[in-house]
Design a protein around this ligand. Structure first.
Ligand code: FES
Length: 326
């Protein structure tokens, strides 16, 4: 389904660090925004509607969860921006912007204790989780790793909060993140959440696994695909690609090695959902009814894959055909 865009206006703009801008968005028509919980993200449309493939970027909501009058996002200006972060940094108060309703694939799960690990701009969904846990009396610790004090974003949150621990790269070694100390051995009824740049996430997730934490306790959200996933998409299988069949209509389409399933569906006018097109947001997920998928996303859990879920933007087929529940 095509995204339904919501018109919003920028009502506040603050540079929280030299490279991170915080934007507050409010509805233009006065109707409240859709509900959201901590961990949710929105799409921001950065190109005019109807101008070909839309330029869309995803940003986690980092304001107070449940606030339907105002959404807050924080955007890092990337050194090697593909156009998104530079455009976002140009927004000024009063500018109009089109956003999607929030989606959430990074929710707080029921647990007695929550351990949150943020690297750099990965603080955005985790600071929303911290707010939600503060509001509900949840037991948590948030470890926030930044290059220096000047790079600590959303600073109003990080002065003497008893549950937040800062780890700064340019400070003494003893305050740096130490997974043996700060994560420790697996603990029952404890959930671990990780968000940040790829190397940071790999460090925490690999370290957690090495300490014996089970995959079911580890929750993550990536902003970019892993190197392996990026290299794998879109082609890769031997031969001439494969066939996708749509269960609802019986239509069959050939997916060549150089195109994704999603590309082929959209090219043929199929109303297939999508957002990031990088295998990290989960928006394009459909169910496979027959055939053997070749999963190349970085969003589905092993359980979701076993249940037949499949990302059309990044995953492919090991069998000559896939039948999709579309
Ligand atoms: S569109 Fe985001 S995972 Fe496919």
């Amino acid at each position: 389904m095509a995204t339904t865009w919501i018109d919003a206006v920028v009502t506040d703009r603050t540079m929280t660090t030299p490279r991170v801008v915080v934007l507050d968005l409010e509805p233009i028509d006065g109707n409240p925004f859709p509900e959201h919980e901590a961990g949710a993200h929105i799409d921001v449309l950065l190109s005019p509607l109807g101008s070909g493939t839309p330029l869309v970027r995803q940003y986690s909501l980092c304001g107070e969860p449940g606030n339907r009058k105002r959404y807050r996002i924080a955007v890092l200006r990337e050194e090697r921006s593909r156009g998104g972060s530079v455009a976002m940094h140009r927004f000024e108060v009063g500018d109009h912007v089109r956003i999607s309703a929030p989606r959430n694939i990074f929710r707080l799960v029921p647990a007695r204790r929550h351990l949150l690990f943020a690297g750099g701009i990965g603080i955005t969904p985790l600071v929303a989780m911290a707010q939600q846990l503060d509001a509900t009396g949840g037991d948590y610790t948030l470890h926030y790793c930044a290059r220096s004090a000047a790079d600590v974003a959303l600073t109003e949150w990080f002065s003497d909060h008893p549950r937040i621990v800062l780890h700064l790269d340019d400070q003494p070694a003893e305050q740096k993140l130490d997974l043996r100390r700060d994560l420790g051995d697996p603990a029952e009824d404890t959930a671990v959440y990780v968000c940040g740049p790829g190397p940071f996430m790999d460090h925490v997730l690999d370290g957690a696994r090495a300490l014996g934490w089970p995959p079911s306790a580890l929750h993550k959200e990536r902003f970019t695909p892993t190197a392996a996933a990026a290299e794998a998409a879109p082609g890769g299988e031997d031969g001439d690609g494969f066939i996708v069949r749509l269960a609802s209509s019986g239509a069959e389409y050939h997916v060549p090695p150089e195109e994704s399933v999603l590309d082929v569906l959209l090219r043929n006018g199929v109303d297939a959902p999508s957002s990031c097109q990088q295998g990290i947001c989960g928006e394009c997920v459909v169910r496979v009814l027959a055939g053997e998928p070749d999963h190349r996303d970085d969003v589905l859990t092993d359980g979701e894959r076993a249940a037949g879920l499949f990302t059309t933007c990044s995953s492919r087929a090991l069998s000559p055909r896939l039948e999709l529940d579309l």
